[in-house]
Design a protein around this ligand. Structure first.
Ligand SMILES: C[S@@+](CC[C@H](N)C(=O)[O-])C[C@H]1O[C@@H](n2cnc3c(N)ncnc32)[C@H](O)[C@@H]1O
Length: 202
C-alpha cells in the first residue's frame, strides 16, 4: 500500500471514530408505550353481569328507604352510578358507588359530572367483598340471590342498627323483608338492620 492510500484509510477511520462509532449513537429510539393508550379489556371475573335498574325502580328503592340529605348511601355493584346519582340529585344525599369494572366507574363518573353532583358522590373501583361500607346509612343492591347471601352476614354485623338495605329483584334467604314492593313486575325488597341480630340469620 502506498503512503497516500494509507493516509486516506487512517483519516477515514479517524472520522468514523469521531462521528461516534460508539454503539449507543445508533441505538433505535425506545418504542413508545402504546400499551398505555389501549383500553383495558372488559373484566370477565364479575360476580354479576352489568344490567341497569330501570329508573322507576330506582325511584321506588329510594322512596322505600326514605333516603334524605343526612344519609350516606352505598350502592354495591354500582354500574353506571344511577342509584347513587339519583339520590344525590333528588335528595342531596351523599353516595358511594363500588364497582369492580373500570368501564363502569368511568361511565359513572361521567354521569355524575353531567348531573352536576360530583361534590356529593364518589365511585370506587373495588371488589364489593373487599370494600368497607360500614359507615353506610343506606345500602342498595342489584346483584344475585347467591351474592346477597354472601353479603348478608356482613350487612347484619357491620352496619349500624337502623341502616336501611334495599335490593332490586333478589331477597336475602331467611332474613324476612319488612316490605316487598312490585314496580311494573319487578320486585323491591326492604330491610332495616335490627338492634339485636338473631344468631340464626348469620
Ligand atoms: C346488575 S348490575 C347493577 C348496577 C346498578 N347497581 C343498578 O342497579 O343499575 C351489577 C354490577 O355489579 C358489578 N359487579 C359484579 N361483581 C362485582 C364485584 N365482585 N365487586 C364489585 N362490583 C361487581 C358489575 O360490574 C355491575 O356493574
Amino acid at each position: 500500500m502506498n503512503r497516500r492510500l494509507a493516509c486516506l484509510i487512517a483519516v477515514g477511520l479517524g472520522s468514523l471514530a469521531l462521528v461516534g462509532c460508539q454503539p449507543t449513537a445508533f441505538e433505535p429510539e425506545p418504542a413508545p408505550d402504546i400499551a398505555a393508550d389501549i383500553p383495558a379489556p372488559p373484566r370477565t371475573d364479575l360476580d354479576v353481569p352489568y344490567v341497569a335498574t330501570p329508573m322507576e325502580v330506582v325511584d321506588e328503592m329510594l322512596r322505600v328507604a326514605n333516603v334524605g340529605p343526612d344519609d350516606l348511601l352505598y350502592d354495591l355493584g354500582s354500574g353506571d352510578g344511577r342509584i347513587v346519582i339519583a339520590a344525590a340529585e333528588q335528595f342531596g344525599t351523599r353516595g358511594i358507588g363500588i364497582d369492580i369494572d373500570p368501564e363502569r366507574i368511568e361511565e359513572a363518573n361521567a354521569n355524575a359530572e353531567a348531573a352536576g353532583v360530583t361534590e356529593l358522590v364518589e365511585f370506587r373501583e373495588q371488589d364489593i367483598f373487599d370494600a368497607d361500607f360500614s359507615d353506610a346509612t343506606v345500602v342498595t343492591l342489584y346483584l344475585l340471590s347467591s351474592i346477597n347471601l354472601r353479603l348478608k352476614p356482613r350487612l347484619l354485623q357491620e352496619l349500624e342498627p337502623g341502616t336501611r338495605v334495599v335490593s332490586h329483584a333478589f331477597s336475602m334467604g331467611d332474613w324476612e323483608p319488612e316490605a316487598v314492593i312490585d314496580v311494573d313486575g319487578r320486585t323491591v325488597y326492604f330491610w332495616t338492620i335490627p338492634e339485636e341480630v338473631p344468631p340464626e340469620l348469620l
